[in-house]
Ligand binder design. Sequence first.
Ligand code: EPZ
Length: 421
Amino acid sequence: MERAIIRGGARLCGTVRMSGSKNAVLPVLAASILAGSPSIIREVPRLDDVLTICEVLQSLGARVLFHSGGEIEVDASSVSETEAPYDLVRRMRASFLVMGPLLARLGHAKISLPGGCAIGARPIDLHLKGFEALGARVSLGDGYVKVVSPGLTGQKVYLDFPSVGATENIMMAASLSEGTTFIENAAEEPEIIDLGNFLSNMGAEVRGAGTKVIRIDGRRELHGVDYTVIPDRIEAGTFMVAGAITRGDVIVSNVVPEHLKPVIAKLQEAGARVFEESETQVHVIGPERPQAADFKTLPYPGFPTDMQAQMMALMCVADGTSIITETVFENRFMHVGEMKRMGADIKIEGRSAIVRGSENAWGAPVRAPDLRAGAALMLLGLRAQGITEISGLEHIHRGYADIAGKLRSLGGDIQRVPDLI
Ligand code: EPZ
């Protein structure tokens, strides 16, 4: 195991390039199962989660090739297995995204129930309701979900909550169904649009991805394509906060500024100067002291829950008190205890955290409880006085490609060291 050792105080400066999006590439790799011929996926971030979904694809019989430039080639023509094993799904919930493609392509699938995780119970009822609406029989037993259907038929599916995963799984199943499917109250995240474009390139007809109603006209067959995924807006948001919290001057490149609107607005409210340097670059100049700002996490285009912890780190050193409300996940304040070890003044009341900003934070040994919380502790460590030691880096590696190296390239004093034990 490793720890990150951070000496706070440096102002981050310079330009840093963002990787492809984790939350776009995972469903796109799952969707490659739908095609009877190979796909090449480009701008694939080097992440543990990407390796896990590739292991799932290989366990189902797909041929997965990692090309030198970072592209991944998936040939799913040889997929014959329809069971995704517990040890892989337990490692990464998003493995559950192979269920829709397997059901549509092979008529059945058996996937380990994902179970809860650090940030919430995370049920899959909306995914299963969607499959049932398209005509599948769903059964649960021995910790597994089984779905079976001789042939899916397009239907109207209304989602009680605009779940990202459920929208993606139903889009993929509907792409190889008979007839037309409408997903109502669908998720509108940019990753949904990216999946819609990938499916359309493969031959399905997807309209309205990115809006509340998505229409999918299914096809009998889909073919492989060459596809480049969108940049990672959460990685970009994380580095924009890094610039703001260190009184820095940072340009994030290879981004889609449109996708960052809620984060840009909140950073500006906190006193940072943020502007679009170009169509693919956003420039952040941090204030001497950020201003307190309230925010509530919501489905896109609201403020992303995946940026809640990072923005909380900024509010820990802000002038004034902020109220942060988490509405998407029921247990996403695991970072609060660790931030308090660094001198933060935070009180949790129900689904809100009341953050009384203080001039400074101080370094301490802390543990990353989950992916985004881990990144937030790094950001607070970059601002804090003294040394911060972060363990639990395995969480951070799941979703950030070489975050320590990128922070160092901006002047951050951060080292990864092996654990002494
Ligand atoms: C995706 O998770 C992302 N993961 C998450 O990012 C992100 O936080 C989340 O969307 C929300 O934006 C990937 O894309 C791989 P949901 P997902 O289904 O699809 C409830 C990160 O840090 N719900 O939109 O699992 C659920 O419990 C990760 O990169 C049901 O009740 O999120 C939650 O409270 C963390 N029933 C809410 O909806 C269901 O069947 C949102 O979940 C499905 C979801």
